[in-house]
Structure formats: structure tokens, C-alpha cells
Design a protein around this ligand. Structure first.
Ligand code: ADP
Ligand code: MG
Length: 155
């Protein structure tokens, strides 16, 4: 179910929403972040990571599936599965470093059949709204159950 729809008009607005979401997250939580390229997924994760106490640069993972950042109370994991296109053919141990106790994980480009991610706490879907505007939908769980498929995710 879509629980909230927010429109932002600049990157700072999207970072602020990330920070707001972060305030409600707990150790072990996973957040699935969907949306087209450039829709602001990494920007939202940056805002969340900052709010969780990450001080260095938060950039898109390029040479690995993810980054891990030490924050005040947890490790913040930031995964981008765009290039692997799903985890079914990957070594499960690959994810173990990023998810679980002591971590809060944000996953860009989750695929629908990643069983490991089915227990996500929240999903967020961003879309372009013209210029710098972005429409951001979010809800609890891993998918928007109403259409059974999530929104804007890679299938
Ligand atoms: P993604 O991870 O979805 O590919 P990024 O967060 O890396 O997207 O990039 C989003 C780009 O769009 C950045 O260059 C950012 O500055 C720009 N941008 C412009 N307006 C917004 C907005 N309202 N929210 C988020 N990003 C925005
Ligand atoms: Mg990104």
C-alpha cells in the first residue's frame, strides 16, 4: 500500500525526506529504493545516511555491489544492484556483509524475486516530475501490494 506521496523540488528536499525516513529506522532494517536513472535514489540514500551519522561522501557504488559506511550506532549499507540485475545468480554470502544485525541497508534496483529482500521494512519509489521535481511514493514492506508488483522496479 502506498502510505505517502511526497513531491520534492530540489535535491535538498529529497535528502530531507531520506533523513526523515532514517529517523524511523532500526538496526537490521532494509529499505528498497526504486526508480529510473537520475530519479534521485542515491540522493535520498545520501540524506538518510547523513542523518544516521555518516560524515564522508555518499556516492553511487560503481566497482562493487555496495558501499558500507560506519555511522554512530550502525553500519549503513548502500547497495546498487543495477549491474547484477538481481541476486539469484550471486553468491548469498555477497549480501551477508551488507544486511542483518548491526546494519541498516538501502538497496537501489532490488529485483522482485530477491528472497533476501522480501522482508524489507520500507519501499520508496521515485519518479521524474519535470525539471527538478520528483514524485516520491513510499510504504511499508517490500512492494506496493495493491498492484502486487511494486512501482518502477526492475522486473
Ligand atoms: P539515481 O540514484 O536515481 O540514479 P541520483 O540521486 O544519483 O539518482 O541523481 C539524481 C540527480 O538529479 C542528481 O544529479 C540530483 O542533483 C538531481 N536532482 C534534481 N532535482 C532533484 C530532486 N528533487 N531530488 C533528487 N535529485 C534531484
Ligand atoms: Mg543511484
Amino acid at each position: 500500500m502506498v502510505q505517502r506521496i511526497v513531491e520534492t523540488s530540489d535535491p535538498a528536499g529529497t535528502e530531507a525526506l531520506g533523513a526523515e525516513l532514517a529517523a524511523g529506522l532500526r538496526d537490521g532494517d532494509v529499505v528498497l529504493v526504486r526508480g529510473e536513472l537520475g530519479s534521485g535514489k542515491t540522493t535520498l540514500v545520501r540524506g538518510a545516511a547523513r542523518a544516521l551519522g555518516v560524515t564522508g561522501p555518499v556516492t553511487s557504488p560503481t566497482f562493487s555491489i555496495g558501499h558500507r559506511y560506519r555511522a554512530s550506532r550502525v553500519t549503513v549499507s548502500h547497495l546498487d544492484l543495477y549491474r547484477v540485475g538481481g541476486l539469484e545468480h550471486e553468491d548469498p554470502a555477497l549480501l551477508a556483509d551488507y544486511l542483518g544485525p548491526g546494519r541498516i541497508a538501502f538497496v537501489e534496483w532490488p529485483s522482485s524475486d530477491d528472497g533476501e529482500l522480501a522482508n524489507a521494512r520500507l519501499w520508496v519509489t521515485l519518479s521524474h516530475g519535470g525539471g527538478d521535481r520528483r514524485r516520491i511514493e513510499l510504504g511499508e514492506g517490500s512492494v506496493d501490494d495493491e498492484d502486487g508488483a511494486g512501482l518502477g522496479g526492475r522486473r
